[in-house]
Write a protein that binds this ligand. Sequence first.
Ligand SMILES: O=C(O)CCC(=O)C(=O)O
Ligand SMILES: [Fe+2]
Length: 298
Amino acid sequence: MKETDPDMEAPIETWRGRSWSSAFSPEETARAVSTLESGGLIVLPDCAFALEGDERRFLDPRWLDGSRKNIGLDGSDVSGTRARGDDARDLAAMIARFARSAASLVEGMLPAYAHQIRRARTSLRPAAAEGRAQSPRHDDTRLHVDAFPSRPSGGERILRVFCNVNPAGEDRVWRIGEPFEAMASRFLPAIRPQAPGKAALLSALRVTRGLRTEYDHVMLLLHDRAKLDLDYQRDSPRREIRFAPGTTWLCFSDQVMHAAVSGQYMMEQTLTLPPEAMVHPARSPFATLERLAGRSMR
Ligand SMILES: O=C(O)CCC(=O)C(=O)O
Ligand SMILES: [Fe+2]
């Protein structure tokens, strides 16, 4: 039922026969927390997201409006799509159903986070993972941790639930890189603290929603420098994982070095969690960066 790879610091737990509404034993929920908080993945190969009615029509990149690579749902607003009228309504309903499925999975699997975890954006990704980047910084086929330039997190964790909904049997293929601490140790020494006044300026100019903290500044630079370092991209430790259609997987994507190599049609739910709500807050990127840099990340 469970497989762990003791040689990798990023443990990958594969649990068969689980669906969105499965109950998890206390032993399993504890293991899920410790796997995720140590930079691992939980993989559920039998947790498919079932399309209803003629929702299958939405598995087509032509629904994208060309401004970005995902169709997003934030509250009840669907964005990034050229769907209008009934199509927009049906598309929003499908993404909202995925959001509820993901919420119910997280509720069952991660009860320790129940009071503090927050649902953020939900997306449908109809474009092929490969060859969709406009620039190296946006190129998610390169190993990176997630950091959002316009939405400072201040250290809040980014938990993501992904599901491959490919209708033609195509896997989504990822690479998983080295542990967060190893990556940060490599890039941190060359990262200078954020210039005084910059956070206030970015916020006043509405480049960011709220203040970009030292943590956000460092995380963005780690994201960018890892992606732009071609030697690192070529030589750093990694392993490939294949997610077949009907597979759901979870990870803290602000911690796991990941790259989307190939695949098409995926749904994704982002959730946020204050680091204090972790069972082991010392494993957060925030705590790791403060320890490595020897300065406050606030
Ligand atoms: O498209 C994917 O499979 C993952 C892309 C990625 O890096 C992300 O969503 O953070
Ligand atoms: Fe990412």
